[in-house]
Design a protein around this ligand. Structure first.
Ligand code: FDM
Length: 224
């Protein structure tokens, strides 16, 4: 039975505050699914390799200034420029593990004060995830990690505390609240404060549980 070759890949998104462990968990999930013989790739947004991605990267590093609306639209454009590739990968059976997606776009920009509905609009029509894994960790914990990393960077004389533009406690708290407003049935929250191996185990279970295939759906993001 070649059902497997007919079925599409799953779109699995990892979301969470900065430094909640998304990147290392997506690596682990990638090797796990590869080990099970699934065609799978790991992606991330922003994708800093494209022209738009380089503008975003300069902005995040405080090397350029942009209107809040303009940078929001660039983050969205960065997803749209990958849409057809994303869709063809999924349709041909490749599972994608994506580190940040439209939810980061809405959560971060609305945390800056942009209108929530306005932020959602440009995301409509992108492929909808089958599963959003939310790595949940208190903003206070994140900020102590950021400060620790900042100290190390300072010690290494590679530029001081603070890292990128968005790495501040009050801001991260607002992002966490915005994320909560985006929760829906496709979300699963995982306690990212647990040891790495425990988080990994939970992610595996959720992915296996959810990895039947569906028709490809497109983002609606609530009540627009
Ligand atoms: N970010 C990320 C946004 O503000 N909007 C988006 O659409 C995306 C995908 O970019 F602070 C923010 C979130 C984070 C920063 O992300 C860089 P990475 O994961 O650290 O590269």
């Amino acid at each position: 039975n070649n059902q497997k070759s007919d079925s599409r890949g799953a779109l699995i998104v990892l979301e969470g505050l900065d430094r909640s462990g998304k990147t290392s968990q997506s690596c682990r999930l990638l090797s796990y699914l590869e080990g099970l013989g699934h065609p799978v790739e790991s992606w991330r947004f922003p994708d800093r390799n494209t022209g738009v991605g380089q503008m975003i990267s300069a902005y995040l590093a405080n090397k350029s200034q942009l209107d809040d609306h303009a940078i929001h639209l660039l983050f969205s454009a960065n997803r749209w420029e990958k849409r057809s590739l994303m869709e063809s990968k999924l349709r041909s059976g490749t599972t994608l593990i994506v580190d940040r997606y439209s939810f980061s776009g809405v959560a971060f920009s609305s945390a800056k004060g942009l209108d929530f509905e306005w932020c959602k609009a440009p995301e409509m029509g992108l492929p909808a995830p089958d599963l959003v894994l939310y790595l949940e960790i208190p903003p206070e914990v994140i900020c102590s990690i950021i400060m620790f990393v900042g100290e190390i960077r300072k010690a290494a004389e590679r530029g001081g505390y603070g890292g990128e533009r968005y790495e501040q406690l009050e801001f991260q708290k607002k992002v966490a609240r915005s994320y909560q407003m985006l929760y829906d049935a496709s979300w699963k929250a995982i306690d990212a404060g647990l040891p790495i191996e425990d988080v990994e185990k939970q992610l595996r279970e959720m992915v296996i549980w959810r990895s039947q295939t569906f028709d490809l759906k497109f983002l609606v993001l609530g009540s627009l």
